[in-house]
Design a binder for this molecule. Structure first.
Ligand SMILES: *[C@@H]1O[C@H](CO)[C@@H](O)[C@H](O)[C@H]1NC(C)=O
Ligand SMILES: *[C@@H]1O[C@H](CO)[C@@H](O)[C@H](O)[C@H]1NC(C)=O
Ligand SMILES: *[C@@H]1O[C@H](CO)[C@@H](O)[C@H](O)[C@H]1NC(C)=O
Ligand SMILES: *[C@@H]1O[C@H](CO)[C@@H](O)[C@H](O)[C@H]1NC(C)=O
Ligand SMILES: *[C@@H]1O[C@H](CO)[C@@H](O)[C@H](O)[C@H]1NC(C)=O
Ligand SMILES: *[C@@H]1O[C@H](CO)[C@@H](O)[C@H](O)[C@H]1NC(C)=O
Ligand SMILES: *[C@@H]1O[C@H](CO)[C@@H](O)[C@H](O)[C@H]1NC(C)=O
Length: 504
């Protein structure tokens, strides 16, 4: 075997150095994993656990072999079960780490109790803006997936860069998990105060009932941002196209972060007689999604995940075999914890010092399974997002045209990018957005919504601080159908008020 002496020596040194390093760590770590059993969630136990097991195997073969992770899976559902699972753990069996929950209303009470007990929580969920205020209630929460506010930075950056002026936000509000409500809340918080914007809630059970009003409002807005079910997006695009609203003075976006099968090639296609029309309409629709990056390790990870999914039979439906952000996130969460624990112990802290370990997970960058993961100083992951657009109108295929990097706030322009489309006709292009009030100068409708939006700013701030103070779901859900019709585009504000004051 050709082996040069210096190489052999260094190889031997490496072999000697590794065990020497690991022997320093000899810890067993109990991890409580709180995820739903129900496989209708893309972050169910059967989808995410293979990723966690994969991470555990990798860690035990590497420099963290001295850490013995024991993963206890409990059903969190999306409600209070997560909290009950945590408080039912006997005092002497309390975990050193909690993974999850993902759903906002399940995560809020768990994170509060865990922070009080000095147990770190890492979640690839809990993405709502309310969780950004870590002190004091969510002090030990680390978010390993980019939050809705991070996603909204993509919009704020595009508005500033391309000189757009106003936004019409349309979102589904199911009054239960409220994913689209929280998604849009992020966009609203970042745009508000700089750009005229109106938020419009749509009842998912009866989306079509709102269409007339949606299109009336849409006339006065340049940028339409939607968080709606894929079929409703198609309906909106078809109707907007028929009404002549899809032209060069307006841009449409939908936000689809997690389910990669519902965007991209042929998302307009349903096999019905409207396909051609939909394809023409979708030429004006752009999708904001998480940036996908791959590296060699990721291929291996994907293969493993697919294998275990086939074994459990959890995913038979087309397209949902894709690795999603929750699998990646929880995988990387275990890595990040191991890094922080290692440091904390080497600096003389115990594994029970949750605060110390949490803070060592923040403000750092490390290599995750799909690429570099950058955590900000507040314990939230910086996000990279892609804007996808139709680049071939004949075939109706989509491509990434723009990437946004949250770490440095910069854009990467891709070959398919067409600036004509993003610079709106009739819109002046100021280099930076003016913070002055421009909502009052518009047409009647803009002025009216400007006032509504002004009221929103104060409540949005309050909302940030008090959002999860209490489980206010019941109050919010008890809204009558009549109220829904009366207060349509005031809804975001009403909900904030209700949530604040019902909490008192
Ligand atoms: C690790 O610690 C346990 C007790 O906490 C002890 O029984 C065991 O021998 C230790 N292992 C090593 C390799 O030091
Ligand atoms: C799983 O969730 C779906 C949708 O929320 C629901 O329809 C279904 O009944 C749930 N299944 C179980 C076993 O709880
Ligand atoms: C890891 O911990 C589990 C339970 O705490 C124990 O059964 C197992 O033997 C430990 N493994 C090692 C390698 O220490
Ligand atoms: C686009 O449509 C709007 C009506 O929705 C109209 O006011 C505007 O002039 C049109 N712009 C162009 C460039 O055709
Ligand atoms: C993802 O989107 C596709 C297409 O819209 C849909 O059929 C599928 O049910 C979605 N999956 C989940 C888990 O929401
Ligand atoms: C984050 O880390 C950098 C160095 O990596 C340091 O300069 C900075 O002060 C840290 N920020 C906080 C808030 O800890
Ligand atoms: C921003 O960060 C990305 C990836 O982290 C990098 O590729 C890009 O070059 C950076 N851009 C600038 C302007 O620093």
């Amino acid at each position: 075997m050709p082996c040069f002496a210096p190489l052999c020596v260094s190889a031997w040194l490496l072999l000697l150095a590794l065990p020497a390093r690991t022997s320093a760590l000899n810890e067993s770590v109990d991890v409580l994993v709180l995820l739903p059993h129900n496989d209708s969630y893309i972050f169910s136990v059967s989808r995410v656990s293979p990723a966690l097991e994969y991470a555990r195997r990798r860690l035990s073969a590497g420099p963290f072999a001295g850490v013995n992770f024991t993963l206890h899976y409990m059903n969190s559902n999306c409600g209070m079960e997560a909290l009950f699972a945590l408080v039912d753990v006997p005092l002497d069996k309390r975990p050193e780490l909690i993974m999850g929950p993902v759903c906002e209303y399940a995560a809020a009470p768990v994170v509060r109790v865990a922070s009080h007990w000095n147990i770190p929580v890492i979640s690839a969920g809990a993405l709502a803006s309310g969780f950004s205020n870590k002190q004091p209630e969510y002090a030990l929460l680390t978010r390993i997936a980019p939050s809705y506010l991070k996603m909204a930075e993509t919009f704020a950056a595009m508005f500033a860069h391309f000189g757009w002026m106003d936004a019409h936000l349309i979102y589904h509000d199911d009054k239960e998990e409220r994913n689209c409500y929280f998604t849009m809340e992020g966009v609203h918080i970042l745009l508000d105060g700089h750009y005229d914007n109106v938020a419009f809630a749509v009842d998912p059970k009866d989306s079509a009932a709102h269409f007339d009003e949606i299109f009336k409002i849409m006339h006065s807005y340049q940028v339409v941002i939607m968080c709606l079910h894929a079929d409703v997006v198609r309906d909106v695009m078809l109707k907007a196209h028929r009404r002549g609203l899809t032209n060069s003075s307006r841009l449409f976006f939908n936000i689809e972060l997690f389910n990669s099968s519902s965007y991209g090639d042929g998302s307009w296609r349903r096999g019905d007689k409207y396909d051609d029309e939909a394809k023409a309409a979708y030429a004006f629709l752009n999708t904001v999604t998480l940036m996908r990056s791959t590296k060699p390790e990721f291929v291996d990870f994907s293969l493993e995940m697919r294998k275990s999914q086939q074994k459990t039979g959890v995913d038979n439906c087309e397209g949902c075999n894709d690795i999603n952000m929750f699998m990646e996130g929880f995988h990387d969460a275990l890595l990040l914890y191991a890094l922080a624990l290692d440091e904390a112990i080497k600096s003389g802290h115990s594994k029970k010092n949750g605060k110390e370990i949490s803070h060592r997970m923040w403000n750092r960058t490390f290599e995750g399974i799909a690429g570099q993961v950058s955590m900000d100083a507040n314990g939230d992951r910086n996000g990279d997002f892609s804007v996808m657009s139709m680049t071939n109108k004949e075939t109706g295929t989509y491509e990434t045209v723009l990437n946004y990097f949250g770490t440095n706030g910069s854009f990467q322009i891709m070959p398919g990018f067409n600036s004509e489309r993003f610079i709106l006709r009739g819109a002046p292009k100021p280099p930076t957005p003016e913070p002055t009030d421009k909502s009052s100068g518009g047409l009647g409708l803009s002025a009216a919504t400007g006032i509504i939006v002004g009221g929103l700013l104060g409540t949005a701030l309050l909302l940030g601080f008090y959002f999860f103070r209490k489980n206010y779901r019941i109050t919010v859900e008890r809204r009558t159908r009549r109220e829904l019709c009366d207060g349509k585009h005031r809804q975001l504000r009403e909900d904030s008020i209700r949530s604040n004051f019902s909490a008192a």
